[in-house]
Ligand binder design. Structure first.
Ligand code: ADE
Length: 273
């Protein structure tokens, strides 16, 4: 008799620091190099996972997600990373869950309406409601129970992290780092419900939509997409966002939303799809 096995969960980030903490907790892993990327296969919290560094931008993200689907037959994909906050009240240190994703730089007009993915007749792609609900609960629990203890006091002070919030809604992606108030305001004027800008989510969403693979996006706000956006960017990624990513993903994999830091070894079920 064949025993059914769970397909693995794909975990993707654009920067190494965003997956480094999780990789440390998956010591016995097998790595496969495909297309210039290392796909690390192992078990976290009793769950088969494939963790991979996509690198930055929509092409990199699309190539990585296609490989996760074809070569690793992943059941679902979690993308974790940073973003620039553009919505009112979306501050550095907050977390945004992408319930909906679109590409703010996609414009094939007048052949197709601005933002529409040509020949798919859609511009806004939804993430998996179940995965995003579970990730939002883990993000809130991380902020409530772990953040103050896990982030060094000098980093919290440097970035003004006091009472960060979790937001849910529209994430917009484009192949540009937005580092000017004019650019950020232009994007917001055209897409007033956008919460933050980043450079991969729209590609992850499109590939997952085309293959029918559930996904969620979770972004830590590193900057306000203004003239200061690049200042201290890597310090934030290394000192803050890396800790957020590990903390939230640990909770997600362990299915823990209500108590202090869980262990990835607990073996509890992963969030629903
Ligand atoms: N990721 C983090 N900050 C960003 C910004 N300002 N623009 C695009 N992607 C980002």
């Amino acid at each position: 008799m064949l025993i059914p096995t769970l397909k693995p969960l794909g975990i993707v980030a654009a920067l190494h620091a965003e997956i480094a903490g999780l990789l440390e907790t998956m010591p016995s892993r097998i790595s496969r190099r495909i297309g210039g990327r290392d796909y690390h296969c192992g078990v976290l919290a009793g769950r088969e996972c494939v963790i991979v560094l996509a690198r930055v931008g929509k092409v990199a993200a699309a190539a990585t997600v296609v490989t996760l689907i074809h070569a690793f037959d992943v059941e679902a994909i979690v993308f974790t990373g940073v973003a620039g906050g553009i919505g009112p009240g979306v501050a550095v240190g907050d977390i945004v869950i992408g319930d909906v994703v679109m590409q703010h730089d996609l414009d094939a007009s007048p052949l197709f309406p601005r933002y529409e993915i040509p020949l798919l007749a859609i511009s806004r792609l939804p993430s998996s409601a179940g995965m995003s609900d579970a990730m939002a609960a883990c993000a809130s629990a991380f902020l409530a129970h772990d953040m103050a203890a896990d982030i060094a006091p000098d980093e919290r002070a440097a970035f003004g992290l006091q009472r960060p919030h979790v937001h849910r809604g529209l994430i917009v992606s484009g192949d540009c780092f937005v580092s000017g108030a004019t650019h950020a305001n232009d994007i917001l004027a055209a897409l007033p419900d956008a919460l933050c800008v980043e450079m991969e989510g729209g590609a992850v969403a499109q590939v997952c939509f085309e293959y029918g693979v559930p996904f969620t996006l979770v972004r830590t706000i590193s900057d306000r997409a203004d003239a200061q956006a690049a200042t201290d960017f890597m310090r934030f990624v290394n000192g803050v966002a890396s800790v957020y990513a590990s903390g939230m993903l640990r909770r997600y994999l362990a299915g823990v939303t209500d108590v202090a830091t869980p262990s990835v070894a607990s073996g509890a079920p992963v969030g629903r799809l």
